[in-house]
Design a protein around this ligand. Sequence first.
Ligand SMILES: [Zn+2]
Length: 377
Amino acid sequence: MKHDNTLTTPALTDITDESFIKAYQQFIKQGDFIALTRQFEQGFVQTGTRNKLSFSVKNAKASLLDSGVLLIEPENSTKASKSIVISSGIHGNETAPIEIVQQLISDIIAQKIQVKHATLFIMGNPVAMNISKRFQTENLNRLFSGKHQEIAPCFEKYRAEKLETYVSAFFNAGADKGTSATTSNIEVTNYHYDLHTAIRDSKYEKFAIYPYQGDKPWDKEQLTFMAACGVNTILFGHGPSGTFSYFSSAHFSAHAFTVELGKVRPFGENNMDNFQAMTDNLNALICGNEITLKSFNNEDFNLFKVLGDITKVSDNFKLFIGDEISNFTDYPVDTLLSTDTGAEYRTTQPGESIVFPNAKVGNGQRAVLMVVPTTLY
Ligand SMILES: [Zn+2]
């Protein structure tokens, strides 16, 4: 594995710097969170207190915790029964999700909407955003649940650790409410929607990965919420992973999804109408507005479970899936998909489909995820 050792601690901006104060005040006025995040990509000298960079919005308090990390807490939190994380830009060039978060934040700052549940907004990788790349050194969405400890210093290592800290503190604060003797002992439910766009075309434009749940059942109401957001293709996770959504799901029992909203495009080139259902429903969720959901029906979904991986074993690995082939493309039984030293992969199941093919991975790594249609009972 290649490591970039040039960066150990990022060059943090002091929040007393004149340029920062000016940009921060402009943000409070205009709500352009992308601009603020991109200007101070490495983050700020932390003070350990969220009150340093706090301001009032409609019946709520907004606190800038770090570059790209904004916490909104309703003033009257006794009835707030949800803790909601909405993250974007974990891959820096996935702009549509960043623009969704921007829209929600600017509506909050313009006092157009009133947040009723604690919400943590995240633009995940500001450094990668600025270079229009998926990541600078390491894929951030493989570094959560402590996996960042296993890699050499780089911005993503630093950022994964920080994001874990913020999300942990956020969910723990909600959990404390449920056990505190001074509040109404409200049971708080956790949510985390980690928004992405995919690199390649997909047979189903929008899809979500539901993190592995172990012994817990898949939550059908969450699936219908996804469908209401325009996402009715669901891939059920098959094991623990280093993704951000798995982190919140496994460690904080959050209802969590990695949501893929279509294909990567540059800033400003996304047709935001295409994401309106997603934005509207997230808006309704954080504002405590009623969301009408259909009851769960298998026919409304394309559900997939993981069959296994095609792993690249040696340098002789050959993958017979072209770059233009869409995610969720299915192949007839007995189709040869890859060859390798002493091995080949042929499909064995009806409807067997490919997701995330990548022949350029290292030896021993997954080159393709193989999935098959499934139903939920
Ligand atoms: Zn992504």
